[in-house]
Design a protein around this ligand. Structure first.
Ligand SMILES: *Cc1c(COP(=O)(O)O)cnc(C)c1O
Length: 389
């Protein structure tokens, strides 16, 4: 369909994505030696493409990552993973989520790798393996303190023997997930790391000294923070998309993968004493010029951006004013010499080479009191993703 692309577009730079993936690999390659010898070689990267690849479009993103050398991808659930298989992804796909209430046939029909994180999942996957007359490899999830999914780290001797004895379920990896990897000042991260290492020793014992499978634990923040938790693989999501989890800093050369642009559709003069938009949330006592942008909360623009965030027009920052509506928002362009319908608007991304000519998801998140993961995941489904490579 020609000519039906709306003027608000999410540009997804697949070359930047691939470069980020490789930059993370280089960072791991250059990392410090493993003091305890827990790591066998340079850690592999599990490329996390859940939630429609953090809003970037999981099919194109997964294929681009696979082309860049990603040999293991991860999704939240079976349904997401099936979308990737149907798009032609051939690399192994790990499913993070709990499986007990899903249709498990998909695991076998689409060659997916489940996470087993509860006793009920053991029985469910075992039952499905029986029906399909196939063994299946799985990753075992240990809850080391987050109290979300996983077998509790402190009673594995009671909960794991049934699973480890299965001859249809083949243990490929053991992992955990950190609750506070992005909070440098709490002791919980290190507690979880120690709980995990104790759990690994217990599992070694339970398995009678059989060779340890692969071990992984680190999301983006943990990868940046502590090479001791790299183990055999790391699981970055946010970093792949070129965003560093706040408040951490990183020396990895990353480029934001997504930018969100639009065009001015109308320019208006507002007189002193008048209000703008629903509820007159913006009122002026001087003459102002506003521009209308065809992107609103239905496109994932958070209501809280009003009065807190800016967009770029003609290389300048201008404030978002008045209530964000479903399909539109307004900006105050009084400081610009000239603005016309058709002018490019950058909501996320850059418009010029100066540092202030860039607005990233991390800045927007900080301004409205949320996290950058939410900013990118929320970009609405009616916004066209345009892929550039
Ligand atoms: C989402 C997720 C990740 C990736 O997290 P980032 O913070 O985006 O790097 C890693 N592991 C698990 C289990 C996840 O659910």
């Amino acid at each position: 369909m020609r000519g039906v692309i709306r003027s608000t577009v999410a540009h997804v730079d697949l070359a930047a994505l691939q470069a980020n993936f490789k930059a993370i690999q280089e960072f791991l390659k250059a990392g410090p030696a493993d003091p305890k010898g827990l790591r066998r070689s340079v850690p592999r990267v599990i490329a996390v493409v859940k939630a429609n690849a953090y809003g970037h479009g999981s099919e194109r993103v997964a294929l681009a990552l696979e082309a860049a050398g990603a040999d293991l991808l991860a999704c939240a659930d079976i349904e997401e993973a099936i979308v990737l298989r149907r798009a032609g992804v051939r690399a192994p796909i790990l499913v993070f989520g709990a499986l007990s209430v899903s249709d498990l046939d998909g695991l076998f029909e689409f060659s997916l790798t489940p996470t087993i994180s509860t006793p009920s999942a053991v029985r469910a996957v075992q039952g499905a393996a029986g029906r399909h007359k196939k063994a299946i490899g799985y990753h075992l999830k240990i809850d080391t303190g987050m109290n979300r999914l996983g077998f509790r780290h402190d009673n594995l001797r009671r909960t794991l023997p049934e699973l480890l004895a299965s001859n249809t379920l083949r243990l490929e990896a053991i992992y955990t997930h950190f609750a506070t990897a992005d909070e440098p000042d709490t002791p919980y991260f290190d507690q979880q790391r120690q709980n995990f290492e104790t759990a690994l020793t217990v599992i070694d014992e339970l398995r009678g000294g059989e060779k340890r499978p692969s071990i992984h634990a680190a999301n983006s923040a943990a990868t940046l923070r502590d090479s001791r938790v790299w183990y055999d693989m790391v699981r970055p999501g946010l970093l792949l998309y070129g965003i560093v989890p706040p408040p951490l800093a990183s020396s990895i050369p990353l480029t934001p993968v997504m930018s969100l642009t639009s065009r001015v559709v109308a320019v208006k003069g507002v007189r002193p004493g008048e209000g703008v938009g629903y509820g007159f949330r913006f009122k002026t006592d001087t003459p102002v010029t506003t521009a209308v942008i065809p992107a609103g909360y239905a496109d994932g623009i958070d209501l809280r951006v009003s009065g807190r965030c800016q967009v770029l027009i003609r290389g300048r920052r201008v404030p978002i004013v008045g209530a964000v509506s479903m399909d539109m928002m307004m900006v105050d362009v009084s400081d610009l010499e000239e603005v016309s319908p058709g002018d490019e608007v950058v909501i996320i991304g850059r418009q010029g080479d100066e540092s202030w000519q860039q607005i990233d998801a991390r800045e927007m998140a900080a301004a409205i009191g949320t996290i950058p993961w939410e900013i990118v995941c929320r970009i609405g489904s009616r916004i066209e993703r345009q892929y550039e490579s």
